[in-house]
Design a protein around this ligand. Sequence first.
Ligand code: IPE
Ligand code: IPE
Ligand code: MG
Length: 247
Amino acid sequence: MPADNTQVPQHIAIIMDGNGRWAKQRHQPRFMGHRAGVKAVENIVKHCAECGVSVLSLFAFSSENWKRPTKEVSLLMELFALSLKQQAKRLHKNNIRLHIIGDISKFSASLQKQIVQAEELTENNTGLTINIAANYGGHWDITQSVKKLAEKVKVGELSPSDITEESIAEGLATATLPEPDLFIRTGGEQRVSNFMLWQLAYTEFYFTDTLWPDFTSEKLDSAISSFFQRERRFGKTSEQIKDDSNA
Ligand code: IPE
Ligand code: IPE
Ligand code: MG
């Protein structure tokens, strides 16, 4: 449990980075790192579900990851399919909802079918939502939202002057989810790598050198503790925030 035992961020978003380096340290092929990464996902999902986190977003495959060697890409696809097959029923049994964001049309027909089936199976669950970003990019997300608005303008349903921040947000792949409170990136890099660019506007960032396969529930608790030491001001002054919380 997190340090104070009661509070958790509502939405945690994680860039699970460092699988390749974890394998390299062990003189193993990169794929072994990805396999160990899946184990870490299982632990973190379990912990988030137990702690009462509402949404856990996990960056699994970016729109740029197609640039990797073909062999690594196909092994990652196989691993994704295998994990869905092994986990969908277990997630459902644990009242966990699975939600996928990203352009899944680029995946094989069978993987797309598995994704849709797992989403449908779990859609009415009321516990943790796991939001998997697969073939996802922040640029893609904003672009596809804006395209939908452009279509409405084209047919005369919407005037350009009526386009608002809200209407762009409503077209994003995450429209039904709250914005992330805490963003974690493992593996030591301090960059966003085209993750949820729009949604991270006011998220608290936490970077750790721990490689993803070594990221334990205790390490997640440390990130959560750090989150609760921050003062989220959303543009206001510290005094205003203190007044608001005393009101
Ligand atoms: C993250 O680990 C997993 C994916 C991008 C699929 P990496 O594979 O990027 O691991 P490093 O960064 O090479 O160590
Ligand atoms: C980000 O990690 C994407 C995922 C974890 C799925 P990368 O390893 O692809 O990011 P870069 O290339 O180092 O920015
Ligand atoms: Mg990486």
